[in-house]
Design a protein around this ligand. Structure first.
Ligand code: GAR
Length: 198
């Protein structure tokens, strides 16, 4: 499994911690990012993993960035790619190579509140329950087939930070549980329904 990050990397850390147990059945082979100087990369380096960084602004086009990202991921021959707080949309080259075996985690209950700030949008709307969604990446924004969802109550007095932190606790548990099952049992997608097992 290869993990792509853009920030703190707490979801990555949860996967690294789980994969220390051989029975978990998943090995993180490399970590990539779209920016430097992030705790997500530091976590990977502390774990002794190879890392790579491709910043969109260093490329002539979004397509060129996507092609380079795809090539760097392919070098590590991952079975599965996990976007764990990766704040970029992957493009056609990436989906051509890794479509159907890339999952992303989003801090809202899809199809509500897609995009960059799920917790803020949920709070502004005034919902009482939100959560996180793990999905198989497609060409849309947080629109792919749902692997699993976990619900979190919005508490009186929540701000974006407190709500997002509570979501992330549930999100990390869901991510670790589902990625382990996907790796150990395989999965299929029929009419958008994701099922574990062959
Ligand atoms: C997570 O809550 C993830 O769902 C969110 O960023 C956070 C990353 O946390 N991703 C998105 O909002 C993507 N649309 P982390 O860096 O501590 O794992």
């Amino acid at each position: 499994m290869l993990v792509l990050v853009s920030g703190a990397g707490t979801n990555l850390q949860a996967l690294l911690d789980a994969s220390r147990d051989p029975e978990y059945g998943v090995e993180v082979v490399a970590v990539g990012a779209d920016r430097d100087d992030i705790e997500g990369l530091a976590r990977a380096e502390r774990a002794g993993l190879p890392t790579f960084v491709h910043r969109v602004k260093d490329f002539a086009s979004r397509e060129a960035w996507d092609a380079e990202l795809t090539a760097s991921c392919a070098k590590h021959q991952p079975d599965l790619i996990v976007l764990a707080g990766f704040m970029k949309l992957t493009g056609q080259a990436f989906l051509g190579e890794f479509g159907g075996r890339t999952v992303n985690t989003h801090p809202a209950l899809s199809p509500a509140f897609p995009g960059m700030d799920g917790p803020a949008a949920a709070l502004a709307y005034g919902v009482k329950v939100t959560g996180a969604t793990l999905f198989v990446v497609d060409a849309g924004v947080d629109s792919g087939p749902v692997v699993d969802q976990t619900a979190v109550r919005v508490e009186e007095g929540d701000d974006v930070e407190s709500l997002h932190e509570r979501i992330k606790v549930a999100e990390r548990a869901m991510l670790v549980r589902c990625v382990g099952r996907m790796a150990r049992e395989g999965f299929s997608i029929t009419d958008r329904k994701v099922r574990f097992g062959q």
